[in-house]
Design a protein around this ligand. Structure first.
Ligand code: 5AD
Ligand code: SF4
Length: 481
């Protein structure tokens, strides 16, 4: 599946992607920035590019041309970390021939690996955690002064609210807006609460302003990003801090409402919801606004209540089924996707089968599927044995993927024969004479370009499909969705 087919949200991709922004005359130094992991990291890289642009850095796609190389890293599974280490060893070699080159690590690997990366393996000059990006220009100066530089302090307030992200590798049509940082949930498998710190929400006014600016610049879709968007809250009277429930508070449903009102032609998506916190008012506000896309990513992780308890997810299988039923009650046509982990600590064959049976009930449009990877400091690492053998984890993962492949193909097929309102994103990667765009259900549609333009809406009648892509033709007929 390529990125045209499915855009990653907070699921993982291990693609290290270099990003680029055009230089201006005042930009005398060059930054090469490579991002790994979830969409939140890619969004953070846009903040980092903005901070460094102010400090005189233009970004480059050519690592050989860079004065500063930064890797924005992911720690969610072990193989993500291994890839970053391999890449850092390549850069260390490059430094032999370019003594002034500064190499740094940002993001989720920073806190845990600062000593080993800086001192033991001496792979990097600079280590900066997710809440310390404003400090990068000073830290680079510190490195030029002959010191190693590190700032991995986590903050309870930092949201980079007023920093205008530099849109990296932008298609000019779709953009991400970070609405909160950190996570307080403590799912037992997850390292995020340790790497990204406590949950905090961003001022809704700055979020709405960013959405307006994007719309004025021609963007037509925003995705509101957070580890757990359903717990978004901002106290209007008290710079965000909510002390008790009777205060005037903007919650997630109200935030969606405000962003949806920016313009009816601005599509709104969000990720990631949490089954324990997703309330009906969020679903109702989605149903009310045509421009809020009918698509929810609701990670289940496992279909068995005992496993969910060990995962510390805060819900049971029955609760999850009820939340999915609420989605279908309030928005009968809503598309859904999920995250699933195979082989969590103590998972029996029957517990695994519960995951497969839940999938058979849900028929997700899409799923991000992983085998469990033990992460340092997490509750699971301290409390449970990582006792499902690797070959069993991987066999279970294959079974999960096989089921999902059938469901996804059936879901795609079910969209054939109708007309959809499609936001045109750009030229299809496979066919130069075709555009691709998405339906409200986040399904990719390809169609002949004719006189369409990226960043506009067209009606496309879908006549055929591959397992993940719809194939159609523009029409003057009214869309059914
Ligand atoms: N092992 C495997 N998958 C994990 N995820 C988070 N932590 C782990 C881990 N230790 C998955 C979860 C989460 C997604 C972003 O990554 O499914 O929803
Ligand atoms: Fe990790 Fe759970 Fe928070 Fe998601 S909600 S970031 S899985 S702790």
């Amino acid at each position: 599946m390529d990125s045209e087919d499915q855009k990653e949200l907070l699921g993982e991709s291990l693609q290290g992607t270099p990003t680029v922004v055009p230089g201006q005359p005042t930009h005398t130094r060059k930054l090469y920035l490579e991002s790994y992991g979830c969409q939140m990291n890619f969004s953070d890289s846009e903040i980092v590019a903005s901070i460094l642009s102010e400090a005189g850095f233009a970004t480059t796609r050519d690592e050989d041309d860079a004065d500063l190389i930064l890797l924005n890293t992911c720690a969610i599974r072990e193989n993500a970390e291994q890839r970053v280490r391999a890449r850092l060893r390549q850069f260390k070699q490059a430094k032999g021939a370019r003594p002034h080159l500064v190499v740094g690590v940002l993001g989720c690997m920073a806190e845990r690996l600062k000593e080993s990366l800086l001192e033991q393996e001496k792979l990097v000059d600079l280590v900066v955690g997710p809440d310390a990006y404003r400090d990068i220009p000073n830290l680079v100066d510190q490195v030029h002064g002959g010191q190693k530089a590190v700032n991995v302090l986590l903050s309870r307030e930092e949201t980079y609210a007023e920093i205008s992200p530099v849109r990296l590798d932008a298609n000019g049509v779709t953009a991400f807006i970070s609405i909160m940082r950190g996570c307080d949930n403590m799912c037992s498998f997850c390292v995020v609460p340790f790497t990204r710190g406590r949950e905090r929400s961003r001022d809704p006014e700055s979020i709405v302003r960013e959405a307006h600016e994007l719309f004025d610049a021609g963007y037509r879709e925003v995705t509101l990003l957070g580890q757990n968007v359903d717990s978004y809250k901002w106290n209007i009277d008290n710079k965000g801090v909510v002390k008790n429930e009777s205060e005037p508070v903007v919650r997630f449903a109200e935030l969606i409402n405000r962003v949806a009102h920016v313009n009816p032609d601005l599509r709104v998506r969000f990720s990631t919801s949490h089954p324990k916190d997703m309330t009906d008012d969020v679903l109702e506000v989605m149903a009310k606004h045509e421009n809020v896309c009918k698509y929810i990513h609701l990670p289940v992780q496992s279909g068995n209540s005992d496993v969910l308890k060990r995962m510390n997810r805060g819900y049971t299988r029955e609760w999850y089924l009820e939340r999915m039923a609420a989605i279908r009650r309030i928005m009968p046509d809503c598309a859904t996707s999920t995250d699933i982990i195979s082989g969590f600590c103590g998972e029996t064959e029957d517990e695994h089968k519960d995951t497969l049976s839940l999938m058979d009930m849900m028929h997700y449009d899409m799923a991000y599927m992983f085998s469990y990877s033990e992460r340092p400091r997490t509750l699971a690492q301290r409390k449970y044995e990582n006792d499902v053998p690797p070959e069993v984890k991987s066999r279970r993962l294959q079974e999960i993927m096989a089921v999902q492949k059938v469901h996804a193909a059936n879901r795609t097929k079910s969209y054939v024969g109708r007309t959809y309102r499609v936001l045109v994103e750009g030229t299809s990667k496979k066919k130069e004479d075709q555009f691709f765009g998405r339906t409200t259900y986040n399904t990719v549609v390809v169609f002949p370009k004719e006189n369409a333009k990226p960043g506009t809406y067209v009606n496309v009648h879908v006549q055929d499909c591959t397992p993940v892509t719809l194939i159609g033709k523009m029409t003057k007929n009214e869309p059914s969705a």
